[in-house]
Ligand binder design. Structure first.
Ligand SMILES: [Zn+2]
Length: 407
């Protein structure tokens, strides 16, 4: 199979699974649906219902066996899909289980939070029973979902079911025939390939979790205020501006006056801006101070003041190589100013760090600053409108009270 064909197959499968999950948290690939026994289907449905009763958002996909050669692509595919489902779900945590139905049920079980997908400790890809046998799909799915629920709630994982291929007893499960597990030596080759891929995926997940740990916490660096220097700069920015020397500089002068007015409003409304856990205030002060310095240089006729300062939308203290960029967001696109580093990272498929602030006053939940509705979000630190204009507008708009501004 060529790489393209495989990539196409995976992308078709991805679309099929995501579409199906819109309607039902259980997706059974039609290719294998007919091959499942009633007992298997019932066990899967029942496990999904039990999980739904916990109130946790969850998705289960039962798919045909994946060729060992494609295992690494498959690992990546499943964790990306899990992450995409989490983003859609809008919940704090999302449980995603993708399991093969053939032979022993090889599965990928993900607990996804805002920092990315993680595999709970007990969620081995080839789950083993209490009697050390590999679990068929009708036992693996309820067990793996139980492990995910326990991981989401930080409780102990359930005990693995007791399942002995050599002594089926009088249990009515028809898995022996359905899964071909009627020998006491499961396919060692399959297991080796799976173990290698599991190692690969956990290294990859770990890297991803470290890389995206900023999502889980409020921004705490850079502090920008280093030793009171930003406070001093802010006071300096409020000093009277030089008089305009010609008609053209009146515009610059007017802008300087608005910047000063916005800055003094901000300092009055948020006297603790330099210590606030909400770092958007200090970034705002920094942006206004930088703009004020440019205004002053222009009014002094400085040749170096041609370019008005621009700020990166995602993290306004990024100033290098800022250019317009079309940023894709869930359900929309935004044209914003982005620095060269952030543009490069997005082009490479990553998500650059954002300025993370409390969702609302006093809240501990971090959100990107632009997810709120205050003046900082309205302005995008200059991407949508100059920050000083947004701050001055917010004094008179109805939202001003809810975001802590003054009328
Ligand atoms: Zn940037």
């Amino acid at each position: 199979m060529t790489e393209t064909t495989e990539a196409e197959l995976l992308s078709t499968l991805r679309a099929r699974i995501r579409d199906a999950w819109q309607a039902d948290p259980v997706f059974i690939d039609p290719i294998i649906a007919a091959g499942l026994t009633d007992n298997q289907r019932t066990a899967i449905e029942k496990a999904s219902q039990t999980t739904a009763e916990t109130g946790l958002s969850h998705f289960v996909a039962i798919v045909p066996g994946i060729a060992p050669a494609a295992e690494e692509d498959w690992s990546r595919f499943t964790s990306d899909l899990a992450y995409a489902m989490h983003k859609d779900s809008g919940e704090d945590q999302t449980l995603v289980l993708i399991s093969e139905a053939e032979n022993a049920a090889r599965s990928y079980a993900y607990l996804v939070g805002d920092s990315g997908p993680a595999m709970p400790k007990a969620a081995d890809m080839l789950a083993r029973s209490g009697s050390d046998d590999f679990l068929p799909v009708e036992l693996a799915v309820p067990y793996q979902l139980g492990v995910l629920v326990a991981a989401a709630r930080s409780t102990d994982p359930p005990a693995p079911p007791d399942f002995d291929t050599r002594d089926v007893g009088d249990r009515d499960e028809d898995y022996i025939e359905a899964t071909g597990l009627d020998n006491d030596n499961p396919d060692g080759l399959v297991f080796a390939a799976t173990a290698a891929a599991a190692l690969g995926v956990s290294v990859w997940l770990l890297r991803r979790r470290t890389k995206y740990s900023w999502r889980k916490s409020l921004t705490t660096s850079p502090t920008l205020v280093g030793g009171g220097s930003l406070e001093r700069k802010a006071q300096k920015a409020l000093e009277p501006l030089p008089e305009p020397i010609d008609d053209e500089s009146w515009d610059v002068y007017d802008r300087g006056r608005r910047v000063q007015e916005a800055l003094s409003t901000l300092l009055t409304d948020h006297p603790d801006w330099a210590e606030d856990r909400d770092f958007s205030h200090r970034h705002a002060v920094n942006v206004l101070v930088t703009t004020a310095r440019w205004v002053r240089a222009r009014l002094h006729g400085s040749a170096s003041a041609d370019q008005e300062p621009r700020f990166c939308f995602l993290f306004p203290h990024h100033r290098t190589g800022v250019e317009e960029f079309v940023l894709r967001q869930p359900g929309t696109t935004l044209t914003v100013d982005l620095c060269a580093d952030c543009r490069n990272e997005i082009d490479a498929g990553g998500e650059p760090e954002r300025l993370m602030v409390p969702k609302r006053r006093g809240s501990r939940r971090p959100v990107p600053y632009f997810r709120r509705s205050d003046a900082y979000a309205q302005s995008g630190f200059g991407s949508f409108q100059p920050l000083e204009d947004a701050l001055l507008d917010s004094r008179t708009s109805p939202e001003a009270t809810s975001t802590g501004g003054r009328r």
